[in-house]
Write a protein that binds this ligand. Structure first.
Ligand SMILES: *Cc1c(COP(=O)(O)O)cnc(C)c1O
Length: 378
């Protein structure tokens, strides 16, 4: 071993910027969670009083969180904490499907839905979206796609998945309607709520979903990696079946999932998350107002309009045009924003980019709008 590895001792991250990255806006810890971080950051810190089942640990109160709080919050009969939304999806696909089975999903689905399907060895059929600028999933197409999958493979799909909202445009399809259609064909529905659980009020029961999946580090103010998975008791037996050799360990969860700081921050932030969900209406208003201001500068917000989520996708021909003559080329937008204390738009993008106003203060939004205004005049 040389000396090169010593550099890892001195890792730091720039702070003090306004961050517009949709991926990171909902994962900022609550003050309460931040305070307890030093006590729980060592490996396996939650396991002091574990008797073999992570979700049965009473101190810290993982058991009541997993078995009482979380199902109530998700509107499900059972729930578990996982290592992420993708792990939750894989658990469902892997328990419900045999290799060679098929599922139906929306074409706005996140890449992790496709990769989870691939890992589970299942074929997928995609529900198309409408074209530019809305890119909407039409709920009724689920019927067509389920029938199509059935006639192509000779058997009905084992699962349908709806991304709610999707991570590109922030579109919220009518999930209740999709659930009804799927159930007419006896196909269970999984709602991928990586961008909604922890941001907006949402109940699997109300929407009629059989499975609901969330992401702690994306939308529940947790350091992560950590995710949540909720389902009805009907499917709980299949999903959370126990090992034959180790009678108390759940196979799909590989015995234990999130342990240590990820689950602690999820729990410690939870009271603040419950409160912020109540302010969802204000977040939507904020996003809509911001979208209008961006459009006044010559950009176009893609996806549903008026928009129903803080994640927004903009087409910005005006910035593309500037990038053609700016000395920093396509990196100009990133640099100009950073010079004004703003980060989170992917470096190198100008023509299209996504961003979020989630949890930004009025003053921060004003700074962002005036930065975009100045830059648009370059
Ligand atoms: C971010 C995201 C995921 C991945 O979440 P993880 O918790 O990191 O696995 C899945 N689906 C959507 C729609 C996302 O936006």
């Amino acid at each position: 071993m040389g000396e090169n590895h010593k550099k890892f001792e001195d890792l730091h991250r720039a702070s003090g910027f306004i961050n517009l990255n949709p991926l990171q806006r909902g994962g900022v810890l609550s003050d309460a969670a931040r305070r307890v971080v030093p006590e729980w950051c060592d490996g396996y810190s939650v396991c002091d009083f574990c008797e073999g089942c992570l979700d049965r640990i009473k101190n810290p109160p993982v058991e009541s969180f997993v078995h009482e709080t979380l199902p109530e919050f998700l509107g499900t009969e059972t729930a578990r904490v996982t290592n992420g939304a993708r792990e939750s999806k894989f658990i469902v696909m892997h328990s419900l499907c045999e290799k060679g089975d098929c599922i139906v999903l929306d074409s706005n689905a996140h890449y992790t839905s496709y990769v989870a399907a691939e890992r589970a060895g299942v074929e997928f059929f995609e529900v198309e979206k409408t074209g530019e600028p809305e890119y909407e999933i039409l709920e009724d197409k689920y019927a067509e796609k389920i029938e199509g999958a059935k006639s192509k493979t000779g058997k009905p799909p084992k699962l349908a998945l709806l991304t709610y909202p999707d991570g590109n445009y922030g579109n919220l399809p009518d999930a209740e309607r999709v659930a009804k259609i799927c159930h007419q064909y006896d196909v269970p529905l999984l709602l991928n709520c990586a961008y909604s659980v922890g941001r907006m009020p949402i109940s699997a029961k109300k929407l009629g979903a059989d499975f609901i999946v969330g992401s702690g580090h994306k939308s529940m103010a947790a350091s992560g990696p950590v995710g949540v998975l909720g389902t009805s008791s009907e499917y709980a037996e299949v999903l959370f079946r126990k090992s034959e050799k180790y009678k108390i360990k759940e196979v799909e969860l590989l015995g234990c999932t999130s342990r240590g700081l990820p689950i602690i921050t999820l729990m410690a932030s939870f009271p603040a998350v419950v409160e912020r969900v109540k302010n969802w209406g204000e977040e939507v208003e904020k996003a809509r107002k911001f979208s209008k201001q961006m459009e006044n500068l010559g950009m176009q917000q893609m996806g549903q309009r008026p928009h129903n989520h803080d994640l927004m996708f903009f087409a910005a021909p005006i910035f593309f045009e500037i990038s053609n003559r700016h000395k920093k080329g396509r990196f100009f937008l990133y640099k100009e924003l950073k010079d004004r204390g703003i980060v989170g738009i992917k470096s190198g993008l100008t023509k299209h980019f996504k961003m979020s106003t989630y949890q930004l203060t009025g003053e921060e939004i004003e700074r962002v709008v005036s930065a975009f205004t100045e830059i648009s005049k370059l």
